[in-house]
Write a protein that binds this ligand. Structure first.
Ligand code: OKP
Ligand code: ZN
Length: 404
């Protein structure tokens, strides 16, 4: 299996975070990536590392608002220019639903956006978000890794079809920072750009030929990757591909849910600890709206009582028995692959999920369950914080896919 990886994703390295009243080393650390890289390197017969290509900002702007991307790419320099401390940019005052009713929206544009802290309050929603000098480089690279994964997936599917060999097609995009808590216009939960959403839209909006034409070597130039209002792409006129996102990260992917909430061409399924971070979303009542009603499936699980068997039972049932999922008949599967369901995870974990083979079985279900069988799968790395264990857990999911 090809794994898209770049060491530039390790450069985003905030010195600390503030969680539940405690200042601690940044949990979403570069070491996470190194653990996974080391484990896949030790299995050269199964895994093959490839470098990301560059598809420009345009596919990112099909998911995220231009002003938000401009903010992500400029906030660190703006902050330093104001003479603020260079170690890390963190918010101090966040916009709050219950505190804005008397505020004229124009005032927000005119004044709140004038200061770096005001912008942090508009575009960031929690204290896990910290910018360093290299945050935008890692974030941009992480998104290009997801896009490269999407491109390679279509290429592989095309090659397998031509050879009529019936081989399964899968790619692993080893993204960092993760993405599923970011929506069109706010960052949170260690997430800046929603890598899964960006790859989903890319798979829907571009043909393999268009991807081939736009793929360039990745040479990061902060000037070129600062938003200047690039044109939107021409969409191919073929019927839209149906994409099923299976989010197995411990946390609810509130950003991904929000981005596709009214979209019937993207079915979002999430299994997550509940109630827990991000605290306000993830209930079974969130089913999608408008055309997208019915195409959002939340499976909240009790973190204290969920065991390997219970977890696998829920995943099996939704992928094999749920009528909406069967009828959806996805063309492509995108797996938001978090590894933080593991019982020892320092910030998450299902207390009864203790068997590494559960991860192998998750990979097997993504290969062989009735709603996934025969469809290409793009694995996108999300969370997971048991640093020493991550390589093994990632490999078991991917091997479960390969060997099942
Ligand atoms: C990201 B992913 C804020 C820290 C809160 C954030 C958890 C984000 C999990 N002070 N923790 O889904 O693994
Ligand atoms: Zn998570």
């Amino acid at each position: 299996m090809d794994i898209v990886y770049s060491e530039d994703c390790a450069l985003h390295d905030p010195p600390f975070e503030l969680t539940r009243g405690v200042v601690k080393p940044y949990v979403e650390s570069p070491a996470r990536l190194e653990s996974i890289k080391k484990a896949v390197d030790s299995q050269p017969d199964q895994f093959h590392i490839i470098s990301p290509r560059d598809y420009s900002l345009t596919p990112i702007l099909n998911v995220h608002k231009e002003d938000y991307i401009k903010f992500l790419s400029t906030i660190y320099d703006d902050w330093v220019k104001e003479g603020l401390p260079k170690d890390a940019v963190m918010g101090e005052c966040f916009t709050h639903l219950n505190n804005l009713s008397q505020v004229d929206p124009d005032i927000i544009k005119e004044t709140a956006l004038m200061t770096p802290s005001g912008r942090m309050g508009i575009y960031v929603y929690d204290l896990s978000i910290a910018f360093t000098s290299k945050t935008w480089l890692s974030t941009y690279t992480s998104a290009q890794i997801a896009l490269t994964g999407a491109h390679k997936l279509l290429e592989l599917q095309d090659a397998n079809n031509k050879k009529a060999n019936g081989n399964a097609s899968a790619i692993y995009a080893l993204c960092r920072p993760p993405g599923h808590h970011a929506n069109c216009c706010v960052a949170g939960g260690y997430c800046f750009v929603n890598n899964a959403a960006v790859s989903v839209k890319f798979l829907q909006d571009y043909s393999l030929e268009e991807m081939n034409a736009m793929s360039k070597p990745l040479e990061f130039d902060p000037k070129k990757t600062t938003v200047t209002g690039e044109p939107k792409p021409t969409l191919s006129d073929k019927p839209k591909k149906k994409i099923m996102i299976v989010d197995v990260d411990y946390h609810h992917g509130n950003g991904t849910q929000d981005i596709f909430y009214d979209d019937q061409s993207v079915l979002y399924i999430s299994l997550h600890g509940y109630p827990d971070y991000p605290f306000f979303t993830g209930s079974t009542k969130e089913i999608g709206k408008g055309q997208g009603q019915g195409y959002n499936i939340n499976i909240p699980l009790n973190p204290k009582t969920t065991t390997d068997a219970i977890y696998l039972d829920h995943l099996t049932r939704v992928l094999q028995e749920n009528q909406t999922v069967q009828d959806f008949d996805a063309d492509i599967i995108v797996c938001s692959m978090g590894l933080d369901t593991w019982h020892e995870d320092p910030i998450a974990g299902m207390k009864g999920l203790k068997d590494v083979e559960t991860y192998f079985k998750i990979g097997g279900l993504l290969r062989n369950s009735s709603s996934c069988k025969g469809r290409p799968v793009l694995f996108i790395q999300e969370g997971g914080y048991t640093v020493e264990k991550l390589g093994q857990l990632a490999c078991r999911i991917l091997q479960g896919y390969i060997d099942s």
